[in-house]
Design a binder for this molecule. Structure first.
Ligand code: GLN
Length: 489
């Protein structure tokens, strides 16, 4: 018995066939977690006792019959999602010892669905980054190559699935932090429509962009996780109230003689970019050919304002971050400087000591673009352009059902390679940021390996609330290819 690399669907079947128990599954998961920690550093906190207690409860629930599909499935949450009784650090010194008094909405939903929480995953500090190198707890390493980053900011969550420690994790995506690490580690990652999964209990980075979502090996597993995570929550004023959907309902849908007959896939001409690695271009082209052989047609589309995504994002996100992070003042949460003469010095020292360099950079930029005299020129202008970008996408989705392209311009890069060049780091997200600015759903699906043997991701984007279709296309692609079953050696 092992369960390593099994999908949720396979593990759930094994549990029901009594091939293994939830306690055995949790015990093996914890052993793999311990064994991988020195090499991968995917976790910040582990809850052995809690996991075993939840696994015993899951076994009892399975024994009693009609247990939900996720019962007994080991899971880990990104350490930006609050977990009652288990510390939530945001990979920051500021919250090194912070223990939340309640669960985030998505954490509670996955708990009720029977998942077994084994620990909290490592990440970029306060989810700011694309490499998971800025963690106070040290960088995460890519299971495919120890010298490489796993992407970020949800790098620990992606690495934990890619390394076969757990079959599922959660992440958050503000500008690409689920999809980009999914691409760089060869797994699936889904950013749902903004508002579908509540942000309650997610430590805020940029509130108008932050979106919780799942990681797993397959699109089918992502659908099962989304079923548990999505749902209205009145504690988040941007949570949408919609009738509950089964996101797996279209997973095996067959459009005609071929599974994807009639599907129109838009290929934005703006995606042709000099910064793209040739291996990425080749794999994405092969993936599009595979989709065409499944019945889909591809057409050229245009997103004229796509090039403004990165600049708009790096005004809006830091602006919101500077406001959100003002709560970490040494009075209300977390770290407080040991020595100070007066209140003002206490604030200054606390924040100087508690935050890392990238977080400080964002606060400075955000404060600047919101300051009197610059607000109109930067923040207001960025919000206007953001609206125009959304209009480009709405127009595109009148012509096509999904938009496809690379998730990231390159494969995983070496640790340290971009650490001192923030602009190079920011350009990792050129293809992912648009979905956050518009609020539309998008996912990354493994679609190839580079000559160096590093994973490549295909990004699929859809119109608002079209997750079920997105998951159907990804699932059909995964049935026709085997990239999702390749494993790091
Ligand atoms: N890489 C982007 C940033 O640093 C996105 C991060 C995210 O999605 N959380 O802001």
């Amino acid at each position: 018995m092992s369960g390593a690399f099994g999908s949720i669907v396979e593990l759930a079947a094994g549990l029901r066939a009594r091939e293994w128990s939830c306690v055995e599954l949790a015990t093996d998961t914890l052993a793999r977690l311990r064994d991988s920690q020195a090499a991968v550093n995917a976790f910040i906190s582990v809850d052995e006792e809690g996991a075993l207690a939840q696994a015993r409860a899951a076994d009892a629930r399975l024994g009693a019959g009609d247990a939900p599909v996720l019962t007994g499935i080991p899971i880990a949450h990104k350490d930006v999602l609050m977990t009652r009784g288990l510390r939530t650090t945001c990979a920051s010194r500021m919250l090194e010892r912070f223990v939340a008094p309640y669960d985030a909405h998505v954490v509670a939903r996955l708990r009720e669905a029977g998942t077994v929480l084994v620990g909290k995953t490592n990440m970029d500090e306060f989810a700011m980054g694309s490499s998971s190198e800025t963690s106070y707890f040290g960088p995460v390493r890519n299971p495919w190559s120890a010298e490489c980053v796993p992407g970020g900011s949800s790098g620990g969550s992606a690495a934990a699935v890619a390394a076969g420690i757990v079959p599922a994790t959660t992440g958050t995506d503000t500008g690409g932090s689920i999809r980009q690490p999914a691409a760089l580690t060869g797994i699936c990652g889904l950013k749902p429509t903004y508002g579908l999964c509540s942000r309650y209990g997610l430590v805020a980075f940029a509130s108008s962009l932050d979106t919780p979502g799942p990681f797993a090996h397959t699109a089918h597993d992502c659908a099962l996780l989304l079923n548990a995570m999505a749902g209205h929550d009145e504690r988040d004023s941007t949570s949408v109230s919609r009738t509950a959907e089964d996101y797996a309902r279209l997973i095996d849908a067959n459009a005609g003689t071929k599974p994807l007959d009639g599907l129109r896939i838009g290929i934005p001409r703006e995606f042709a970019d000099d910064a793209l690695e040739p291996d990425v271009v080749a794999s994405v082209e092969e993936a599009l050919a595979a989709l065409r052989s499944l019945g889909a047609s591809t057409l050229d589309i245009t997103l004229p304002r796509l090039s403004y995504c990165v600049p708009v994002y790096y005004v809006v996100a830091p602006a919101e971050a500077s406001s959100n992070l003002s709560r970490f003042d040494g009075v209300r949460y977390g770290h407080r400087a040991a020595e100070y003469d007066d209140l003002f010095e206490m604030y200054c020292r606390t924040r100087a000591e508690g935050f890392g360099a990238e977080v400080k950079r964002r606060i400075l930029v955000g404060t600047y673009v919101l300051s009197q005299g610059y607000y109109d020129a930067y923040y207001l202008k960025a919000q206007q352009v953001r609206r125009l970008i959304a209009e480009d996408f709405t127009r595109a989705f009148a012509q096509c059902d999904v938009i496809a392209g690379p998730t990231a311009p390159t494969c995983a890069f070496t640790i340290g390679a971009k650490a001192n060049d923030p602009v190079q780091m920011y350009l990792n997200d050129i293809f992912t940021i648009a979905a956050n600015l518009t609020g539309m759903p998008a996912m990354s699906v493994p679609c190839g390996l580079s000559k160096q043997g590093l994973p490549i991701g295909l990004q699929l984007q859809a119109n608002y609330f079209d997750e079920a279709r997105l998951l159907n296309v990804a699932h059909r692609f995964q049935q026709a290819t085997d990239w999702h079953s390749r494993r790091p050696s």
